[in-house]
Design a protein around this ligand. Structure first.
Ligand code: FES
Length: 574
């Protein structure tokens, strides 16, 4: 491997040459108090920090950025912290998914337009991981992803509480009259009690683990709880390593391959990870020039056991998972399913990184001989209701519903659902199939996490806790139930979901991978002819860009003009 020389650095064009522009760059660096010795001949490391006052998952990122910088200084680099869009899952509306591509664009353009030689990407809250990775992959500079780490376990009356999962659970219990308003308030105060991202196996834990399995983090980084001192040390080690990666010119293209994406999918499946990972992995793969199709997930699910006994699929939380050995221990259990010779950011292979790792608690990280689910924890469905595919997590559903036919109860959109779902006169039974339209990439917009439609109150009171639910929405990784998600094409663009009416019989057959609307072709043709596209929602701004360029769920929901690997010209330094 040829090492770079200082004059080969990209930043040399800004700082190292003798012309009027470089005078400007150096004099402005001096204005900030930097001496030439601080940066001359050193790799400039962008620390892309998604800290924000409104992002509870990244509250420790101010301190962590300093720890990353400490590592960069130690290794002879010049750290430059740059704030990037924070995508705070609980607060940003209509959904952070609408802004994932915005962050990807920002990350890519920050790295391109400034004198960066390499980057540390600081993210963790749901969409920040794919957003940062997508953008940095398109830019193509060496980078390391630094995961935020999960928050500590929640606590209520001495019982552990899990992000999301226990909110849905106790909300249902409140609605069913089984807990009091006061107890509900105690749950509110106890469910999130430290910095860090959601500590169930939601989208955040899934995507940071996926980033590690792809080889984009230091080994073991994704599982360390945010407040743990090991997390701070990992941040510094990340800062040290990126400087060396720049000299080695170890780029994402050397790490991200079809085989590393298979590793990522297998990892997500063994973790019982969020279905959101499907959309993000397809988008990330396309940025890396890897053609990843929905069916690859089904194929790999057929041979991957679910070993992480972590909520919502299992019992424990990320803190327990870390103490049980963390992701390296899980990967060691499924080593025969992984491409172990794939390179990672530390210069070693995935196999070398997990050598010697083992589970310290077989209840949390199960042995291969005792999986939570032997295989098939994710299924890709097709049929006349989802010609381009839909997904379901069979392990998260009541088994009796995996083969089910029932009459549709249709909601035109989220507001219609919210207004009628608890109506005592709603014609719904436990056998009904709840259908939510216009919740997809364009219709939501941003494919909000509405896919776990609430069980109607009158059915809750009868003890019903799961029903078949179908939508073009996503579902929070911390949710559960017989929810068919990501129906493509979506109803907003005239996909078959748009044609479903109350009372239509819908058949879900997970073993046969089938989602069928029992309505004749002639009748569907009549309905299709009568269907009118909704009026555009945005006349201007980002919303308009989004609506005009967003791809469907089975294609990863990237913007059409951002996909692929065609190089974007480097800026001229005038
Ligand atoms: Fe940030 Fe869940 S709210 S990861």
């Amino acid at each position: 491997m040829t090492r770079k020389r200082p004059e080969d650095l990209r930043s040399h064009r800004w700082y190292g040459v003798q012309d009027l522009r470089a005078f400007g760059h150096r004099s402005r660096a001096a204005q900030m108090g930097y001496d030439r010795a601080d940066y001359a001949g050193k790799p400039v490391i962008a620390v892309l920090n998604t800290w924000s006052d409104i992002n509870p998952c990244h509250t420790h990122f101010r301190a962590r950025a300093e720890e990353v910088k400490r590592g960069v200084w130690q290794a002879g680099g010049f750290p430059v912290e740059m704030p990037a869009l924070s995508l705070a899952e609980p607060f940003q509306k209509p959904t952070t998914m609408m802004y994932r591509n915005f962050l990807a664009m920002e990350a890519e353009e920050l790295l391109r337009s400034y004198p960066c030689d390499g980057a540390v990407l600081m993210g963790g809250c749901d969409k920040t991981t794919p957003g940062l990775v997508m953008g940095a992959t398109s830019m193509g500079l060496p980078f390391i992803f630094m995961p935020a780490g999960p928050m500590l376990r929640g606590n209520w009356h001495g019982k552990p509480l899990g992000s999301g999962s226990d909110a849905w659970k106790y909300w249902a219990e409140l609605r069913a009259g089984n807990i009091t308003e006061r107890e509900w308030g105690e749950v509110e105060d106890g469910i999130a009690r430290s910095a860090g991202h959601c500590m169930t196996m939601g989208t955040a834990s899934t995507m940071t683990s996926v980033a590690e399995a792809l080889g984009l983090t230091l080994p073991g980084a994704a599982s360390i709880p945010a407040p743990d001192a090991n997390h701070a040390r990992m941040a510094t080690a990340t800062g040290r390593r990126i400087v060396e990666m720049v000299w080695e010119d170890l780029k994402p293209a050397d790490i991200l391959t079809a085989r590393s994406f298979d590793n990522a999918i297998v990892t997500a499946l063994a973790l019982g990870g969020s279905t959101n990972a499907i959309v993000h992995l397809i988008a990330m793969a396309r940025r890396a020039g890897v053609a990843l199709a929905l069916d690859r997930f089904d194929a790999l699910a057929a041979r991957t056991p679910l070993l992480a006994d972590v909520r919502p699929a299992g019992r424990f939380l990320m803190e327990d998972f870390y103490y049980a050995g963390g992701l390296p221990a899980l990967l060691a259990e499924i080593r025969d399913l992984l491409a172990l010779d794939e390179r990672t950011v530390n210069g070693r292979t995935l196999g070398e990184n997990i050598a010697g790792a083992k589970s310290y608690d077989p209840q949390v990280i199960r042995p291969r001989a005792d999986p939570l689910v032997a295989s098939g924890s994710l299924a890709v469905l097709r049929g006349n209701l989802a010609p381009d595919g839909a997904v379901i997590k069979p392990a998260a559903a009541e088994p009796r519903l995996l083969r089910h036919t029932g009459p549709a109860v249709v909601f035109a959109d989220y507001n219609d659902m919210a207004a009628r779902i608890d109506d005592p006169d709603l014609a719904v039974t436990a056998d009904s199939v709840l259908v939510l339209k216009n919740a997809g990439p364009k219709g939501g917009p941003g494919m909000p996490e509405w896919g776990q439609l609430p069980i109607p109150k009158k059915l809750l009171a009868q003890g019903v806790r799961d029903m078949v639910r179908i939508s073009d929405a996503r579902m929070s990784g911390t949710s559960y139930g017989a929810c068919v998600l990501h129906v493509a094409p979506e109803s907003w663009v005239g996909g078959p979901l748009a044609l479903v009416r109350d009372g239509d019989r819908i058949e879900l057959d997970v073993p046969a991978r089938r989602l069928h609307l029992h309505v004749s072709e002639e009748e569907l043709a009549r309905r299709r002819a009568a269907w009118r596209p909704p009026a555009p929602r945005y006349a201007r701004g980002y919303g308009r860009v989004f609506a005009e360029h967003i791809r469907q769920a089975n294609e990863g929901c990237d913007f059409d003009f951002l996909e692929g690997t065609a190089p974007t010209p480097e800026p001229e330094i005038h």
